[in-house]
Design a protein around this ligand. Sequence first.
Ligand SMILES: Cc1cc2nc3c(=O)[nH]c(=O)nc-3n(C[C@H](O)[C@H](O)[C@H](O)COP(=O)(O)OP(=O)(O)OC[C@H]3O[C@@H](n4cnc5c(N)ncnc54)[C@H](O)[C@@H]3O)c2cc1C
Length: 455
Amino acid sequence: MGTYDVDVVVLGLGPGGEYAAQKLAEGGLDVVGVERDLVGGECPFYGCIPTKMMIRAADALGEARRVPQLAGEADVRPDWGSVATRIDKQATNHWQDDSHVERLEGAGVRIVRGEGRLDGPGRVRVGEDTYVGARGVVLNVGTSPARLPIDGLDATPYWTNREIVKVTELPDSLVVIGAGPIGCELAQAFARFGTKVTLLEVADRILAPEEPESSELMTRVFRDEGIRVEVGLTIERVDHGSDAAGGYRISTERGEVRADQLLVAAGRSFNLPGIGLDTVGVDPNAKSVDTDERLRAGERLWALGDITGHGAFTHVSMYQGEIAVRDILGQDGPAADYRAVSRVTFTDPEVGSVGLTESQAREAGLEVRVGLADLAESSRGWIHDVGNDGLLKLVADAERGVLVGATSVGPSGGEVLGLLALAVHAEVPLERLASMHYAYPTFHRAVDVAVRSLL
Ligand SMILES: Cc1cc2nc3c(=O)[nH]c(=O)nc-3n(C[C@H](O)[C@H](O)[C@H](O)COP(=O)(O)OP(=O)(O)OC[C@H]3O[C@@H](n4cnc5c(N)ncnc54)[C@H](O)[C@@H]3O)c2cc1C
């Protein structure tokens, strides 16, 4: 039991916290990082990286299955074992060699293992010890899978993203509850490996926060690939192993769905209950932690990542980490700006988007103009042939003549998004976008078609 004086305590070492701890230590400060689980957070171990490794393999399979149509016969035998081994190797590397820990300790950060709790301004308690940050505390405690209030669910051993990244044997059938980015990505990956997948969504469309055009296109793609997609339905009850067949029985108002496994991918809960926000004058019942443009959340408190409510993305967490570091070190630099947050759902086709959707722009009272292009009808789409589903949708503020949002669905849709994210971020005038060179025959050349349809 003791009290330890340092410069900064980073509570939770997700991507933003890890980044901030390292940079602050490199900036000469005495930094303690408190972590109860794996240093690096959700993204490297249970989130972005292992799921994208599955998707990389599933996409290779999906593409290989297109070979007969494009180049003659091909023999494609899926082998989940090699994916599981690759993910396990990646995870084991992290768990055993702990490259994240090495990086932080190499920068001079002291890592304290355990459950931390705010205990007044600048103070974090871990067990019997208290760490006092003279400059303050950086809070980066992230999220956990949300627990859904569905009858019977808690009594079943369902999968979340935590369990699914450790799967070594494929189930014959899988029900996915939640058709957001995580549910959609994993539904398609498992389906491509041969699992019979049913995707259930309470909203009236999949990928509901995205443009309706994206939802419609992805629903068609999923159904063409044999995924059963059910939207706008209420799940009444979940039972497990209650009959000879075992497995899951999901009761909905439209009848029963049975499957060997169940993945719940419907929402995330902030790891805020009991974290001690009340001890630093922050409303403990608020939906997220309010921050200013320097990521300050209260007296000697900065907050980063998913808990700030600016999107659950690794790049946002790290972006915020950089701003908080500058503020703590007393350095100048741009303030936080969320106009051009980009996001990608790594399905095939990828669904990339940035800034406002059309309906968000209208709700914001902007004079909205919309530009559209069908990727399949572009030169590159025609050449690409099978697997060329995609679209571009641009949302312009006609008054200012700039884009305020954009969607890029297609093969490499997330990469094409880069051009559009720059346009929204830098407020490039539409005439300037229409006057640039777009290499032929690229997918991004379809941006030109969409821009011209706006003018
Ligand atoms: C399946 C999945 C796929 C994803 N894919 C992508 C993607 O492709 N791209 C993308 O940008 N984002 C993706 N995300 C989101 C991304 O993982 C998060 O946005 C990212 O990890 C940033 O989160 P964070 O900084 O808020 O902290 P987190 O990564 O959630 O980390 C918080 C850390 O705080 C620790 N902690 C919590 N409470 C305490 C406590 N009391 N004491 C000590 N430690 C504590 C936790 O153990 C954890 O290590 C995905 C998420 C999931 C689940």
